[in-house]
Design a protein around this ligand. Structure first.
Ligand code: AMP
Length: 171
């Protein structure tokens, strides 16, 4: 099963992915982690990715689509993905063909508060604003593209409540 989890940064995706991956034996794939790995390796490409990420802008579509295509070829058909695709251009370049897409809905103010408490190096005030703004713009298009497999989940409950809502849709 190929699952995508969509939600604003701080919506709880990462926590839920870990639980679902464990419970259902799916490989967790996080675009942000793939890019952070690349950035930490340095070199021309790594340095470029690192500075884009620090600014809160998106890495270019060709680069991320290629990275995820390579990753998808390695892991096969049982994964749960986060962070890709983020633009319609990415969908056009490479669509993993998800069986299910979960959208975790959380009010924007809650998302901003959660991110501030997370303390990641790219979670400074300006970068947070920028990331939320950029992601809101593209999310609607992505969700409507996947509407046939889309399930909207209320992400404001406890971790267990949100997990239960997801599980109810995985039977
Ligand atoms: P995340 O860990 O998902 O919050 O992603 C951290 C940063 O990685 C983002 O702010 C972007 O700079 C970059 N990034 C992650 N996923 C993508 C993507 N699908 N397309 C472009 N840039 C991305």
């Amino acid at each position: 099963m190929k699952i995508l989890i969509v939600g604003l940064p701080g919506s709880g995706k990462t926590t839920q992915i870990d639980k679902i991956a464990q419970e259902y034996g799916l490989i967790p794939v996080r675009m942000g982690n793939i890019l952070r790995d690349l950035a930490s390796k340095g070199g021309k490409m790594g340095e470029r990715v690192k500075s884009i990420m620090a600014s809160g802008e998106l890495v270019d579509d060709e680069t991320v689509a290629e990275l995820i295509k390579v990753e998808a070829a390695k892991i096969g058909d049982n994964f749960i993905m986060e962070g890709y695709p983020r633009t319609m251009e990415q969908v056009k370049l490479f669509d993993p063909g998800f069986d299910k897409v979960f959208y975790l809905g959380v009010p924007i103010e809650v998302v901003k508060d959660r991110m501030k408490g997370r303390g990641r190096s790219d979670d400074s005030g300006a970068a947070i604003e920028k990331r939320v703004q950029v992601q809101m713009e593209d999310m609607e298009d992505i969700l409507s593209f996947y509407k046939n497999v889309l399930v909207k989940i209320d992400g404001t409950g406890t971790i267990e409540e949100v997990f239960k809502s997801i599980e109810d849709n995985l039977q």
